[in-house]
Every structure is written in structure tokens, then in C-alpha cells.
Design a protein around this ligand. Structure first.
Ligand code: CP3
Length: 334
């Protein structure tokens, strides 16, 4: 059993930093693009066999220390009654968005029934490679999920902010509704084999610290409380609220590339961190990737660091550069 990732997430000193990449199973891999010729995005995530094949692509290429299940944060939309699809070049589009307080869902279906394909995928992954790498489950955070269902401008994260300004009670109810589903969903993932769970509340990073503290922090605390394996919180631009993200109860605080990892570690004390190479560095040549990756590893120190990018891998990244990134971590000897 390889538990490097789990040990680092618990803050232990490890022989080298564990490594994986956010969005590691995606469009920068030619085989992924081939599979997507045959299946729509939703068909692919709902078919455990296809989703397993896609999840394993980075394993076949560079054996990362964690394999993130191929799925999406938006899977929880359907149990709450939202219908969505991914539009190429646009992103997620919800056909019945929340445009007034009356549209906030009050009931949800049973997650384990509606999203059973995720449990099946996790079980398959545990069976095929669970003894060689850590299986990473994930969910969206309530603010980010809400930001994709509010308003009818799919590419804009502004309608949710207008909603918060005009309907604070409905805003709170919407975040609560997502939190209930997410708590159930993460427990379900752990039951089905997730070794680590990351919560992507990507856009919560742009909230004022006061709004984060008032509306989101208690919900994050509920979510992390319900995760029985090591957990990671990720929000963009975490700089102004590292202390609050630490209070979320996640075991590991994710860092994007806009923050200095040494300074973040000083502020966070013993709390482990994940990150934080600028994904655009993977668009240089492999030697540059190695050099920049070693800089991050050195700056992070030798315990409680999970090497990752500061956000998802760019779709134009050469596969050999993703590989150089992973190899840089593997050549560390402590
Ligand atoms: O990391 C992985 O490889 C696992 C799979 C994964 C996907 N999405 C696959 C995906 C994960 C962890 C996510 C998380 C996710 N999804 C987030 C949070 C992380 C972040 O980036 O901040 C968000 C906000 C989403 C919502 C979402 N799904 C968006 C905005 C998009 C469109 C993105 C784009 O670049 O077009 C998706 C679709 C999506 N999710 C794709 C993949 C591989 C692209 C689908 C395709 O075109 O083939």
C-alpha cells in the first residue's frame, strides 16, 4: 500500500513530497481527447468503465501518488433538480438556473441512488490500483456550486454576488442546500473507497473575509467534519483568508500560485499545504519545469507538503511536461 499522500496530508515528514496534478485526467492527454470523440462529457463520467479508463491515463503516463477520480463537481446538481451540460468552449450551462429566491431548491433526492456511478468508479479504482496509489475523491464547495446555478450568464461568476447583495436569506438557503448534499456525498465517497477527499470551493476565495466567515466557514466546517479521511480545502486567491481556511477543519490547505509557499507555511504553522506551482510554468520546456518544481519543493520544506499545481493543468500542456513535474518530486531524496 502506498500511503505517501495520506502521510503527508497528516503532516508527517515524508521521504519525498507526494505529487499529483489538479485536472490531471483531461484534455491535455491525447487519449482523453480520443475517448471524448466517442462519449459526451456526461456520458463519460456516468459510465464507470469509461471513467476508470480516463482516471488511469495519468497513472499509465507518470504514476502520480494520487489518482483523482474522473468526475466533476457538478454531479450534485442533478439530485437537487438542476439540469446541466458542459458546452464546449463555454463551460457548464444550467438550463433551469436560480434567478429568484423562489428557485432555491428545498428538497433533494438520495445522493447514493442518483450518483451511484461515482461509488462504482471508486470501487473499481480501489480494486485496480488502490494498493499502489491513493484514490482521491472530491466535491465542490457550496459557494462554487451555487455560483454555477445562479443567473443566466453561464460564464460569469457575478450573478451569485448580485444574488448575495439582494437576497441574503435565499443565498444562505442555497448554500445550505448544497452543503447538505455535499456532506452526504463525501461520506458516500469515503464508504466507497476514497483515501483522500478534496473540496474545491474555488470561487469562495473571492469573497470578502467577512462574507466567508459568516456564510461559508460554518458550512465548510460541517463538510470537513463529515469526512473521515484526510481532507484538502482549495480556494483561489487564499492569501487574505489563510487563517479562515485553516479554521475550516480541512487537514490540508490548498495554495494557488499567487501566494508565497514559505510565507503561507509560516502563517499556517503545522497545518500541511498543497500546491503551488504556477500551471503556466508547464508550458515552458521540461528543464524549466524541473527547475521551477524544485524551487517549490525547496520552499515548502520537508514535511506536510503535497506537491501540486496552483490550479488545474492547462489544456495545452505537453504531456512530457506533466511527466517532468512528477519526476522532479520523485527524484527528491531526504
Ligand atoms: O482533476 C481531474 O482530472 C479530475 C476531474 C475534474 C474535472 N473537473 C473534470 C473536467 C475535477 C476535479 C473537476 C473540478 C471542477 N469542475 C471544478 C473545481 C476545480 C477548478 O478548476 O476550480 C470546477 C469549477 C468544475 C466545473 C467545470 N467542469 C468547468 C468550469 C468545466 C469546463 C472547464 C473547461 O475548461 O472547459 C468543467 C468540465 C470538465 N470537468 C472537463 C474536465 C476534464 C472538460 C470536459 C471536456 O471538455 O472534455
Amino acid at each position: 500500500m502506498s500511503d505517501l499522500l495520506v502521510r503527508a496530508a497528516r503532516g508527517e515528514r515524508t521521504e519525498r513530497p507526494p505529487v499529483w496534478l489538479m485536472r490531471q485526467a483531461g484534455r491535455y492527454i491525447p487519449e482523453y481527447r480520443d475517448i471524448r470523440e466517442q462519449y459526451s462529457f456526461k456520458e463519460a463520467i456516468k459510465n464507470p468503465e469509461v471513467a476508470e479508463r480516463i482516471t488511469l491515463l495519468p497513472w499509465e503516463l507518470f504514476e502520480p501518488d494520487g489518482l483523482v477520480m474522473f468526475s466533476d463537481i457538478l454531479t450534485v446538481l442533478e439530485p437537487l433538480g438542476f439540469d446541466y451540460h458542459i458546452e464546449s468552449g463555454v463551460g457548464p450551462v444550467v438550463s433551469n438556473p436560480v434567478t429568484s429566491p423562489d428557485d432555491v431548491p428545498t428538497e433533494s433526492a438520495d445522493v447514493a441512488t442518483e450518483i451511484d456511478y461515482v461509488g462504482k468508479l471508486l470501487t473499481r479504482l480501489q480494486d485496480s490500483v488502490g494498493d499502489q496509489t491513493s484514490i482521491i475523491g472530491f466535491a465542490g464547495g457550496p459557494y462554487t456550486l451555487a455560483s454555477y446555478v445562479v443567473g443566466d450568464e453561464p460564464t460569469s461568476r457575478k450573478p451569485i454576488r448580485r444574488f448575495r447583495a439582494n437576497h441574503p436569506d435565499a443565498f444562505r438557503d442555497l448554500l445550505e442546500a448544497f452543503t447538505d448534499v455535499v456532506c452526504e456525498y463525501v461520506e458516500y465517497q469515503v464508504e466507497h473507497g476514497a483515501d483522500v477527499v478534496q473540496v474545491f470551493d474555488t470561487w469562495a476565495g473571492v469573497l470578502t473575509p467577512d462574507d466567508y466567515r459568516e456564510f461559508v466557514l460554518p458550512l465548510h466546517q460541517r463538510i470537513f467534519d463529515s469526512i473521515d479521511v484526510p481532507s484538502i480545502v482549495f480556494a483561489r486567491h487564499p492569501g487574505g483568508k489563510l487563517d479562515l481556511l485553516q479554521e475550516s477543519g480541512a487537514d490540508v490547505v490548498g495554495l494557488d500560485w499567487t501566494i508565497d509557499i514559505t510565507e503561507a507555511r509560516e502563517e499556517l504553522g503545522d497545518t500541511p499545504v498543497q500546491g503551488n506551482l504556477d500551471p503556466s510554468y508547464l508550458l515552458g520546456d521540461p528543464e524549466f519545469v524541473r527547475e521551477k518544481t524544485h524551487e517549490v519543493i525547496d520552499k515548502a520544506g520537508d514535511s506536510g507538503h503535497i506537491l501540486n499545481l496552483g490550479h488545474g493543468i492547462d489544456r495545452t500542456t505537453p504531456v512530457e511536461n506533466a511527466k517532468a513535474f512528477v519526476e522532479a518530486a520523485k527524484e527528491v531524496e531526504r
